[in-house]
Design a protein around this ligand. Structure first.
Ligand code: FES
Length: 221
């Protein structure tokens, strides 16, 4: 059973942008194509190893910053600027992770694999309104999970915690970013939540972070 790793709020990965994150300790490039589809690839260009998260998005392709190789949504290289007449070799291919959006959060499977694997149904957290992401000085998923149980009686299962804050239904998704840093991505499971409700959850998340420990963000999102 795949334990999906939350990596960002969906709204924070805008169309046409790329950013860096980590999944189970591995550097991952996260990017959203112009058509709105989000992709998660190993953060290493198959050409010379440049970080793909530093590249730029044009339409439905990610373009490596270094030599400009262009990769399509499947991760196949489609264009090499230095050799425009050359058909790129099939080995010029990125390593793709399964990626999924639910509950206003982007989730990545920790093992690279086929995007359409059917033997492992993805999470289904329904629709939600994004609140905020906070970064906590801790590498302990279980420690943060215990804090969520102790502080708010959340029901914690792996990387997903659900519960209520002052009667507001909340998703709190736990991502171990580095050996010293954990992120908490939060959303409200109520499509009608207004700005005051969202602000309440944002305040709670920041206060929780401040009680457990603060940390600078190790990667952009
Ligand atoms: S390192 Fe990416 S195109 Fe050369």
């Amino acid at each position: 059973m795949t334990e999906w790793v939350p990596v960002a709020l969906t709204r924070d990965i805008e169309s046409g942008s790329a950013t860096a994150t980590t999944v189970a300790g591995a550097p991952v490039a996260l990017w959203r194509a112009g058509n709105g589809t989000v992709h998660a690839w190993a953060d290493r260009c198959p050409h010379r190893g440049m970080r793909l998260s530093l590249g730029f998005v044009r339409g439905d392709r990610l373009i490596c910053l270094y030599h400009g190789w262009q990769f399509d949504a499947d991760g196949s290289c489609r264009h090499i600027p230095a050799h425009p007449g050359l058909t790129p070799p099939s080995l010029a291919h990125t390593v793709s992770y399964r990626v999924h959006e639910t509950g206003s959060i982007v989730w990545v499977a920790p093992v690279p694999g086929e995007l359409d694997a059917s033997d492992d149904a993805p999470l289904d957290l329904g629709t939600a309104v994004p609140a905020c992401s906070v970064w906590i000085e801790s590498d302990r998923l279980d420690g943060l999970g215990r804090a969520l149980v102790a502080e708010a009686g959340f029901d914690v299962s792996g990387t997903v915690a659900v519960g209520e804050i002052h009667g507001v239904p909340v998703i709190a998704a736990i991502q171990i970013v580095t050996a010293r840093q954990t992120a908490l991505h939060t959303a409200v499971r109520d499509e009608t939540a207004d700005a005051d409700v969202i602000a309440l959850v944002v305040r709670w998340a920041h206060e929780l972070r401040d009680r457990i420990g603060t940390a600078p963000r190790a990667v952009a999102s």
